[in-house]
Every structure is written in C-alpha cells, then in structure tokens.
Design a protein around this ligand. Structure first.
Ligand code: NAD
Ligand code: DAU
Length: 370
C-alpha cells in the first residue's frame, strides 16, 4: 500500500503516546504510522488494541538508544516525521535511579536526532519534522503566593495560587533528575535546529490525566487505591499544585503543532487548571465513591500523609496563550467532565490495571516480540 508519508511516534505504547498514535492512525489513513517503543514496564500494546489491525499502523520494538537500529528503521521506511515521546517519565523513579533517566531521555533523544540527521541532511530538510515532547517541569517550580487559593483568579487574569506562570521564555531550572534529563534533551533538540538547520519543534506540557496512565502516577494510583480501600499516600501536606490537562486535549495539540507549528519554535501546552493535590484527591474520592455507590467522601479516612518527595516542586502553572493565539488550540474538556470520564474508565478497566500492576502483560509481549 502506498502512503503519502511515514511518521515514527516514539513511546507510542505508553500513556500519552498511545493517544497520539490512535489519533494519527484514525485521522490520517494516508500516513503510515510506526509506533517505535522498547516496551519498558510503562509500555503496553494493549493500549492500542483498537488500532493494531489498521493497514496504516505498524509496531516496531526498538530502543531509541540503539543508534544503528534507529538509523536503519528511519532509512528503510523513508521516514519524514518523528514525534518523540519515548522517555522515562516518573519523577519518583528518577530520584532512585537517575542513570536510567540520563540514558533514555538524554542519550536516547540524541541518538534519535543524529539518526534522523544523517538520513535527512543529504536529501535537504524540506518536508521533514522532528517534534520533541517535553514537560513544564524543566522550568522548575513556582511559589504558592496565594496559599488559600483564589477562586476569582481566572477572571482577574492570574492563577488561583499565584499570578505568575511558566511562559516559553521562562528560564530552565529543573530540580529532579527526571526534569534535568528532559531539560538536557530539549537543549539537544534546539542545538540540532540551530547548528544543522534541522526542522524541529518542542512543546512543554503540564500534567496529563486520562485512560491508560500507568498506576504509579497520582490519579490512576489513587482511583485504584480508593476502589480497594487502600491508603492514599499524600506527599508532605498535600499542598503542592499541578495544572491538569486531559490527555486527548494534549494529543490534539500535538497534531496541530506537528502540522502547523512554526519550525524552531517552542509552545507551552496547559489547561489553566491548577489544583492543590489535597483538593484534587478529595474530588477523586467523592467521584469514585459516588460511581461505586458508596456515600460520597466516605473514603476520606484513606488519606495518609507520608514523607514528602525529595526536592518536591511546589507549583506548576503553564501559560499556553501563545498556542491559543497562534494556532487556535484550547483545552476542550472541563475538568469535572474529564475526571468523571477518567474515574469511570479505571473503574470499568480493572483488568487493565491488574495486568499492568502484575507484570503479566510484560511476559506476554516479551514472548511475542523476542
Ligand atoms: P510513559 O512512561 O507512560 O510512556 C513512556 C513510553 O516510552 C513507554 O511506552 C516506554 O516503553 C517507552 N520507552 C521508554 N524508554 C524507551 C526507550 N529507551 N526506547 C523506546 N521506547 C522507550 O510516559 P508518558 O506519561 O506517556 O509521557 C510521554 C512523554 O510526554 C514523555 O517524554 C514525558 O516526558 C512527556 N510528558 C508527560 C507528561 C505527563 O503528565 N505524563 C506531561 C508532559 C510531558
Ligand atoms: O508536569 C508534567 C509532569 O507531570 C510530567 O512531565 C511527568 O512525566 C508526570 O509524571 C507528572 O509529574 P508529577 O510528579 O507532577 O506527577 P505525579 O503523578 O507523580 O504526582 C502528582 C503530584 O502528586 C505531585 O505533587 C506528587 C504528588 N503525589 C504523587 C504520588 C504518586 C503524592 O502526593 N502521592 C503519590 O503517591
């Protein structure tokens, strides 16, 4: 079958990557979409069951750090676009094992950049795109200047917990090994643009939530724990603030930016939707209780304050005005609607949660692709 172009999406078996793969495979039958993923503990092909038989979808098991293999895949498939999501993504793991984060996030990104460069540069850069997905955590942390929260803040143009936001020109100040590795990879991508003229794009997004997120992250972990009446380990006093975005809105932004973003630019992606952890956790408890037919809030006693995460960033808040003004993207879902959909999804997919937490699916796919 002839396709207009071939695109690699790295990390397509992970949480956000699987939503991006699904969107591209369904929306662009004229593109061949290669999902390139190493299938670490966080990668799960069951996330893509609904598209795996589509003629324009192909899965290739590969490690982005394996430069020779990546070069071969890019050239034999005449790849013209790369959307790069593969990474080690969990902050707590990075505190325990920083080397793995440097290897995958820094060396893996560099290997991918160089493999694309050696294939693309001799042909000319026209029609090529290297799009790197990054995080708001590279900007460091904001203060809580309004600790009680100000519900009228949005109307006044500020955030409920502080008037400052991360913009595209905020200086990089990563704190965790995860964000330091992501920051380093962002710099390499920009260096390939500035040095070799590679057509690159970088986006920095806030916290995503929605279906298929590995249950080590706050929202799926806590929904599963509430269901099973297990303790909810809240770091510190639960006062840290995150800006939450429904994952399909992120995938939609990636589509728009890949096709219409200005080469060499950075775009921030966020929900203008800040929540203090403890307030978000109470919403999760209420929603989960209601959907399980329990009295709302009856599981509040599961909240257990535990030792804080080392170097825990206090507040993230993204200003995505540039993306709205230049490319017309805005979040489509209200948070209440997104949380309702998300809690429902996890409650209806206990089998998925059990598989990913038991590691059974890993054994299955290791067998299949060895
Ligand atoms: P995830 O951990 O759910 O998935 C990561 C995927 O990358 C997995 O499928 C894994 O198998 C794959 N992978 C890991 N190492 C690899 C390697 N060496 N070679 C090939 N594949 C490899 O991550 P996620 O939450 O979906 O995040 C995806 C990207 O988006 C990351 O780059 C992350 O930094 C960024 N991001 C995430 C969020 C968020 O809230 N989750 C927010 C902003 C940015
Ligand atoms: O901001 C974007 C980032 O969001 C992404 O780049 C990361 O890949 C993604 O993991 C996420 O990082 P966070 O550290 O913000 O997400 P996490 O779900 O781990 O934690 C959210 C908040 O909840 C954070 O303040 C820590 C707190 N927390 C987390 C866990 C897992 C708890 O209080 N208890 C927990 O058990």
């Amino acid at each position: 079958m002839e396709f207009d172009r071939t695109i690699i999406i790295t990390g397509g078996a992970g949480f956000i990557g699987s939503h991006v793969v699904r969107l591209f495979v369904n929306k662009y039958p004229e593109y061949k979409i290669i999902n390139l993923d190493k299938l670490t503990y966080a990668g799960n092909l069951a996330n893509l069951k609904d598209v795996e038989d589509k003629p324009n979808y192909q899965f290739i098991k590969a490690d982005i750090c394996d430069y020779e293999t990546i070069k071969e895949i890019i050239s034999t498939n005449n790849v013209t676009g790369i959307i790069h999501l593969a990474a080690e993504s969990h902050v707590d793991r990075s505190i325990v094992d920083p080397f793995t984060f440097a290897r995958t996030n820094v060396m893996g990104t560099l290997s991918l950049l160089q493999a694309a460069r050696v294939f693309w540069e001799p042909q000319g850069w026209a029609g090529r795109r290297f799009y790197h997905i990054s995080t708001d955590e590279v900007y460091g942390a904001l203060e809580l200047t309004k600790p009680e929260g100000d519900p009228s803040a949005k109307e006044c143009g500020g955030g409920p917990f502080g008037d400052d936001f991360f913009t595209e020109s905020t200086k990089y100040q990563p704190h965790s090994p995860y964000s330091a590795a992501k920051a380093s990879s962002d710099h390499f991508v920009r260096a390939y643009h500035d040095t070799y003229g590679m057509p690159t794009l970088v986006t920095n997004c806030s916290n995503n939530y929605g279906p298929f997120q590995f249950p080590e992250k706050l929202i799926p972990l806590f929904i599963n724990n509430i269901r099973h009446r297990r303790p909810l380990p809240v770091y510190g006093k639960g006062e840290n603030v995150r800006d939450w975005l429904y994952v399909e809105d992120h995938a939609r932004a990636i589509d728009i930016i890949f096709h219409e973003g200005k080469i060499g630019e950075t775009y921030n992606i966020g929900g203008f939707n800040e929540w203090k952890n403890i307030d978000l956790i109470k919403v999760l408890i209420k929603t989960t209780d209601r959907l399980l037919g329990r009295p709302e809030g009856s599981d509040d006693d599961l909240i257990t304050f535990v030792t804080d995460r080392k170097g825990h960033d206090m507040r993230y808040a993204i200003d995505s005005t540039k993306l709205k003004e230049e490319l017309g993207w805005e979040p489509s879902l209200q948070f209440e609607e997104g949380i309702e959909k998300t809690v429902k999804w996890y409650l209806e997919h206990q089998d998925w949660l059990d598989n990913v937490t038991s590691g059974d699916y890993m054994k299955y796919y290791e067998e299949m692709y060895k």
